[in-house]
Design a protein around this ligand. Structure first.
Ligand code: B12
Length: 286
């Protein structure tokens, strides 16, 4: 089969010519220019499409193409907001679902950046810059998660006082919206009394999701849960996040339920909704 023009490749991907051109400029889609015209080999196009979020692709048996998370990490660390968005667009065009973009592309990229910072391989300024770009990506992607129609109810999400990691909550919020939940995202560092206030003033609220990322904020999380309990808000208290290592650890903090990852949170909420009086004692994702 002969090579395709870039327009033909764009048509096959269902994107605008300029978008396909950007993939080429970003090095995501191999193309060669001959007599002033960009050409794409069908093999490269097929690999681009199949180069889903997880597995590294071997191109022609020699050149390795990095998986999406690694490509995004590189753009985030370069402080390249446009390039980072280009990677997201390319991953979407290649068939990644929105939840995969968050959980299998953006989250691992941020986790790896954190690991590299911990090992002293990069300055914290790079991590801060990357976090800023990540937040902007979430801002651009967020509206695509919203589902039309009746909502299942409301969920209040936030982090306890002192907990500064708001990005995990922003991802979680969109993932729940995709499942039809109305989400009130209070973000990071919420004073305990404000959490109580938010729950009381949110109509049709079914659960609170408290996100704890930093180990040093576990005591504050316990206080937040105690404050909600003392205020008798009457909703299910769910705790989750990186600092919650197990079901037992989460329940010891005072939560009704523990969800260890975003996908299991949606399942847990569905169960709370359908059987409000029979709370599961164990949440999935362990
Ligand atoms: C970005 C970042 C920051 C940014 C946050 C910016 C922002 N707007 O969020 C800033 C610069 C503020 C920051 C600060 C600090 N950070 Co920081 N940070 C990170 C980093 C690199 C990424 C975090 C992230 O967004 N991850 C991606 C998300 C999507 O993944 P996730 O956290 O696993 O979340 C998923 C699930 O856990 C789950 N989930 C999360 N919450 C909830 C809640 C519920 C209810 C449920 C069901 C599920 C759920 O759903 C999410 C989506 O899948 C991490 C590295 C890492 N491994 O994550 C370090 C990391 C979390 N930070 C760390 C540290 C040490 C700090 C600081 C203490 C550094 C310092 N000395 O100042 C401060 C502290 C803060 C504090 N008091 O909160 C350590 C934590 C170590 C530890 N054992 O506690 C990490 C792990 C880095 C490392 N490898 O050492 N950080």
């Amino acid at each position: 089969m002969g090579d395709l023009t870039l327009q033909e490749a764009a048509d096959q991907l269902g994107v605008h010519y300029m978008t396909a051109y950007r993939y080429v400029r970003l090095g995501l889609l191999p193309a060669v220019k001959a007599a002033g015209v960009w050409r794409v080999s069908p093999t490269d196009l097929a690999e681009f499409r199949a180069g889903g979020p997880m597995s590294p692709q071997v191109d022609g048996g020699s050149r390795r193409r990095a998986p999406w998370a690694e490509r995004l990490e590189a753009r985030l660390l370069a402080g390249d907001a446009r390039g980072a968005w280009g990677v997201i667009e390319a991953a979407l065009a290649a068939g990644s679902e929105l939840d995969q973009i968050y959980l299998d592309v953006l989250a691992p990229a941020m986790t790896s950046i954190g690991d590299r910072w911990e090992r002293g391989e990069l300055d914290v300024s790079m991590e801060h810059r990357a976090s800023g770009i990540a937040m902007r990506l979430v801002g651009r992607l967020g509206p695509r998660f919203v589902r039309r129609g009746r909502t299942r109810g409301a969920v209040v999400l936030g982090a306890p006082a002192g907990e500064r990691h708001g990005l995990p909550i922003a991802l979680l919020a969109d993932l729940l919206r995709q499942h039809g939940w109305e989400v009130s995202d209070l973000g990071a560092d919420v004073p305990h009394e404000s959490l109580v206030h938010a729950v009381r003033s949110t109509p049709d609220v079914v659960a609170v999701g408290l996100s704890v990322t930093s180990d040093q904020c576990l005591a504050s999380a316990a206080e937040a849960l105690a404050a909600l309990r003392a205020a008798d808000v009457g909703v299910t208290l769910v705790v989750g996040g990186r600092a919650i290592g197990s079901q037992e650890a989460g329940r010891a903090l005072g939560a009704d339920l523990v969800a260890l990852d975003a996908r299991s949170f949606a399942e847990v909420l569905d169960r709370v909704r359908s059987e409000p009086d029979e709370l599961p004692t164990e949440a999935a994702g362990n």
